[in-house]
Design a protein around this ligand. Structure first.
Ligand code: BGC
Length: 296
């Protein structure tokens, strides 16, 4: 599942090939995008597929241990909320006995690109940036993610960078490709000065039109390539996170696969049962085993 500013999208994922196993289903993001209203949308998409099993969900803000810490482009009620628990509750039977993994949207897209897309096999520092409603970032070193980097909020000429250089800024200010590319170039130069990546992967809606602006960007040492999974990267990365959370769950005493979410039947909220440290992480970013080694 991918919670975005305009749509809540999802699909079952084929993790062997990093592709959607069925055509994705989308509902419009409610406005205001309150936790309850968004959770209803997530439920609707999951129900569309009649899915029961592990569920990975991306969120457009910082997520630590399942809790949302920022909400730049969604309702502020998310901040401080145990969003993973809320979503698991709302998903009820669909997630019963399975992990619900919640992670930042750009981190999810980055994971997918590093394993199946433009970053596959790349070592050193790789940074994925998504240019959409905001600017999202995912930073990797030798295939491992440093989660929640929030580079879209770097200050650029006294402004929050995403206010100047996101896809939405281009749209709102009706910027030509040339003018917008100049802003993106300044932004990339700033990020490069701080992190010296060998590769930038450019994602988000604009990655579909990469040929219109990437050739206009000059003076950046790092290689710059468009994301390959484009719109599907978030959903695929979310599925990877759900899979990692399941793999990290300790086996049940009877040897059956671990159930880390709610038990079948109501109540859907994860039971008080085992102490948190013994549960699969609700945010795969906090997994003791770390991320699946992307790019390998
Ligand atoms: C948020 C990030 C998110 C990005 C893209 C930013 O405003 O702070 O967490 O990844 O938008 O949705």
């Amino acid at each position: 599942m991918d919670i975005g500013g305009t749509g809540i999208k999802g699909a079952p994922v084929d993790l062997e090939h990093g592709i959607l196993a069925e055509e994705r289903h989308k509902v419009l993001t409610p406005h205001p995008a309150t936790p309850a209203a968004v959770a209803d949308g997530v439920r609707e998409v999951v129900d569309h597929f009649g899915w029961t099993g592990p569920i990975g969900i991306t969120f457009p803000g910082v997520i630590t241990a399942g809790t949302a810490r920022t909400a730049a482009n969604v309702d502020k009620d998310w901040i401080g909320l145990d969003a993973a628990a809320l979503l698991a509750d709302r998903l009820g039977e669909a997630a019963a006995g399975h992990p619900v993994a919640l992670l930042n949207d750009a981190d999810a897209a980055g994971l997918a690109e590093m394993r199946y897309g433009a970053g596959a096999g790349r070592t050193g520092t790789v940074i994925l940036l998504t240019f959409g409603t905001g600017i999202g970032s995912a930073v990797f070193t030798d295939g491992r993610l440093l989660p929640n980097t929030e580079l879209g909020h770097l200050e650029l000429h006294g402004h929050d960078a995403e206010k100047r250089a996101s896809g939405k800024a281009k749209e709102n200010e009706e910027l030509s490709w040339q003018r917008w590319a100049r802003r993106v170039q300044k932004y990339l130069a700033h990020v490069e000065m701080l992190f010296s990546p060998s590769l930038f992967v450019i994602g988000g809606g604009v990655s579909r039109k990469a040929e219109k602006f990437l050739p206009l960007i000059e003076g950046i040492r790092a290689e710059i390539v468009p994301a390959r999974l484009q719109n599907d990267a978030g959903i695929v990365g979310a599925a990877m996170a759900a899979h990692a959370a399941r793999a990290a769950a300790p086996p049940a005493a009877d040897g059956s696969p671990a159930a880390t979410g709610p038990e079948p039947g109501p109540p859907a909220r994860p039971p008080a049962g085992p102490p948190p440290a013994d549960r699969a992480p609700r945010s795969a970013a906090d997994s003791a085993v770390g991320w699946p080694d992307a790019g390998r």
